[in-house]
Ligand binder design. Structure first.
Ligand SMILES: Cc1cc2nc3c(=O)[nH]c(=O)nc-3n(C[C@H](O)[C@H](O)[C@H](O)COP(=O)(O)O)c2cc1C
Length: 307
């Protein structure tokens, strides 16, 4: 409770001091942002996607700017789970906010193995499961675009760990509520949405894709917000687990749209690259809004849309 205003929120077993955290892949392993903000002021810390083996990621070009956002393909570049535990966790575990590890894999078994290796690692607070990975056994189709594959992967992870499991949903589907329900029935504790819709940008002078060999990538940044807010609102009506709202958040006003639509917490991604202090400003802005509206408990703002 800060000056009579309660900013805390709950995601599964995690009790957060406030609802604001970075989105995976835009915040490195947190230490990169230590010169700019007090990491201990954040609600939680979400790190880059971790896979079983290290990954070099996509060929350049990896990122192109588009109006109100970016199109990017990083290709899950990361150090692999063992080096993550050995090299990155010692720094991360001495921070105050819970550490949420975003995980990926190309088979159900790989997801389960990463979850099992992280299960008893001191300081790991939760797993955020990135189902936007190509399923090699199904010819590259994404886990997150087949409700049965989403179910299988979350069920396998659930069997490996009692950590809070957050399923991160992709917007590249017709009815996102179907995927939310599949994840909940497999035992997810919470959902986070949205990941990046598939997009493309072309350089008309060379007539080549701006992302080079990769051709397509994910659209992220402010352009995403209305889609994310709509999907959070739909999912909040369909399931009862807590939701983390993601997509295009730049400030407290953006975050509050997600919260009113049904999100118990929010993540800021691309905007960290523009203003590394945006997370802290968003926490302050939510508090100022609560004071102005005389709403003493953040929880009373969640899913408070007036129709
Ligand atoms: C450079 C970059 C890397 C990303 N890497 C990951 C990742 O490793 N795992 C993941 O689940 N999402 C990843 N994302 C998606 C973001 O976490 C987030 O869902 C998306 O960018 C939408 O939020 P935003 O509009 O605030 O950026 C990445 C996004 C960007 C821009």
């Amino acid at each position: 409770m800060k000056n009579g205003y309660e900013l805390t929120t709950t995601i599964g077993k995690l009790a957060l001091q406030n609802a604001v955290m970075p989105a995976s892949g835009t915040f490195g392993y947190a230490i990169e942002y230590a010169p700019f903000i007090d990491l201990n002021s954040l609600g939680a810390i979400v790190v880059k996607c971790i896979t079983l083996k290290p990954r070099m990621g996509s060929y350049p070009h990896r990122l192109a700017e588009v109006p109100s956002g970016t199109v990017s393909t990083i290709g899950l570049q990361n150090v692999g789970v063992d080096r993550f535990i050995e090299e990155k966790m010692p720094y991360l575990r001495q921070l105050k906010p819970p550490i949420i590890v975003n995980i990926g894999g190309q088979t159900v078994e790989e997801f389960a193995e990463v979850a099992s290796r992280l299960d008893r690692v001191e300081g790991v607070g939760a797993l955020e499961v990135n189902v936007s990975c190509p399923n090699v056994k199904k010819g590259g189709m994404h886990f997150g675009t087949d409700p049965d594959a989403t179910y299988q992967v979350i069920k396998a992870i659930r069997q490996e760990t009692d950590l809070t499991v957050i399923t991160k949903l992709t917007p590249n589907v017709t009815d996102i509520t179907e995927f939310a329900k599949a994840a909940v029935s497999a035992g997810t504790d919470a959902l986070s949405l949205i990941n990046a819709p598939l997009a493309m940008a072309i350089d008309i002078e060379t007539r080549k894709p701006k992302l080079g060999k990769n051709i397509t990538g994910g659209l992220t940044g402010p352009a995403l917000k209305p889609i994310g807010v709509r999907m959070v609102w739909q999912v909040a009506k369909a399931v009862r687990v807590p939701i983390i709202g993601i997509g295009g958040i730049t400030c407290a006003e953006d975050a509050l749209e997600y919260v009113i639509a049904g999100a118990s917490a929010v993540q800021i991604g691309t905007y960290n690259l523009i203003d590394p202090t945006s997370l802290v400003k968003t926490i302050e802005g939510i508090k100022a809004y609560m004071v102005r509206k005389k709403i003493t408990h953040f929880k009373n703002l969640v899913k408070s849309l007036e129709l």
